[in-house]
Design a protein around this ligand. Structure first.
Ligand SMILES: [Zn+2]
Length: 378
């Protein structure tokens, strides 16, 4: 079966979805209207309502016996995963040979915005202030209840848990940020490789083998019983985490959004392929995803001084990415994220001041505003 599909390339680059594209993500109504108009092969179902009463829809396509459940934007401020899911949905309803094979053998149910309240407020958590991805067991949130109800009714063999990660991650030991990261979550504290986990590792290993030119990573698999991936894994479903990462220069994360969509399709392709091969080695070979591997800026060898002392440090500065409207303006807010010997740390911009810049120590402390420091860069 061919996974290099001209139809996919065309849809991913020319989709009308790009008209809705912005770093804050679509409004729920905009998204549902787009699906109604452009993804009409998908059958909608009202699954329930968020804490603030917003509708949460699921969409189903395909006649196959293998059931796949996918959801995105369980964290409201992770819209790229939703765009990726919508691109994948557009491809899956297309006339491409690969899409046709998948539709025949698989039935996909997609929930492209599990946390509409969080997405409107552009925050991670739901309107109760709860992280839905830590509510798989007690289900205090209506959104977690809905996801479990769908899971129990559908009894999917496969679960795709779609997220975005911060831009500062890198595959351990590499100098580029992670373009995508994956995980087949543990099913219990022992982290043993159950048959379902082995299949998940084969699927994601296959995805990694196809996207081998990109810097990819895997998350550590410590068992988190209250997280949805781990919970569905413990229930025996083949569960996989997909995280949109970052490529340097791709400020709007369009390329990684397309990459994420491609990973979703590749994983579905692997589910329908029965060639008897085992790709799990590619999964195991992925480096771990290192947090805070990158900063936005590093100032090397600046002198800090007060009335009594003088010493040389490196400074790391990050952009406040909580407000993406500021992300694209000249008035971005920056703050100091680390101070000291940052010899082994990486940044998108590094400048060595060679002890020629003297800064007042009282203005340099953790999380201090740092916009004024950027004027020193070339
Ligand atoms: Zn997330």
């Amino acid at each position: 079966m061919s996974f290099i599909d001209s139809e996919m390339v065309k849809i991913f680059s020319q989709s009308e979805l790009w008209n809705l594209y912005c770093v804050r993500g679509p409004r729920p109504g905009q998204m549902y209207e787009f699906i109604h108009r452009r993804l009409s092969a998908w059958e909608p179902q009202l699954l329930g309502h968020s804490y603030q009463g917003r509708a949460i829809y699921g969409y189903t396509l395909g006649q196959g016996e293998k059931k796949v459940l996918m959801w995105s934007q369980m964290h409201g401020n992770e819209p790229f995963s939703s765009y990726a899911l919508l691109l994948a949905m557009e491809f899956l309803q297309s006339g491409s040979e690969l899409a046709r094979i998948i539709r025949k053998q698989v039935q996909v149910t997609a929930i492209p915005m599990l946390n509409p309240d969080g997405s409107v407020a552009f925050v991670r958590r739901n309107a109760q202030g709860i992280d839905i991805n830590r509510d798989a067991l007690r289900r205090i949130t209506p959104e977690a209840k809905i996801l479990v109800q769908v899971f129990e009714k559908l009894q999917p063999g496969f679960c795709f848990n779609l997220h975005d990660q911060e831009v500062y991650y890198a595959p351990q030991g590499q100098d580029r940020p992670s373009a995508m990261a994956f995980l087949v979550p543990a099913a219990d504290n022992s982290k043993r490789i159950t048959p379902s986990r082995a299949q998940g590792m084969d699927i994601l290993g296959f995805v990694a083998s196809q996207l081998a030119g990109y810097p990819l990573a895997k998350y550590n698999d410590s068992f988190m019983p209250t997280a949805f991936g781990d919970y569905f894994s413990s229930q025996g479903a083949v569960t996989m985490l997909f995280e949109t990462g970052y490529l340097i220069g791709d400020k709007w994360r369009r390329e990684t959004t397309k990459l994420h969509a491609q990973a979703i399709v590749l994983a579905l392709g692997r589910i329908v392929e029965t060639d008897g091969k085992d790709y799990s080695g590619f999964y195991h070979a992925l480096p771990f995803n290192q947090k805070h591997a990158f900063f936005d800026f590093i100032m090397k060898n600046v002198i800090l001084t007060d009335q009594k002392h003088e010493f040389t440090v490196d400074l790391a500065i990050n952009r406040n990415r909580l407000d993406p409207d500021k992300f694209v303006s000249v008035d971005d807010e920056y703050f100091i994220f680390d101070i000291g010997d940052l010899t082994d740390r990486k940044a998108f911009v590094v400048e060595d001041f060679k002890r020629k810049l003297v800064l007042p120590k009282e203005k340099i402390y953790m999380y201090a505003p740092a916009n004024w420091l950027l004027t020193h860069f070339n």
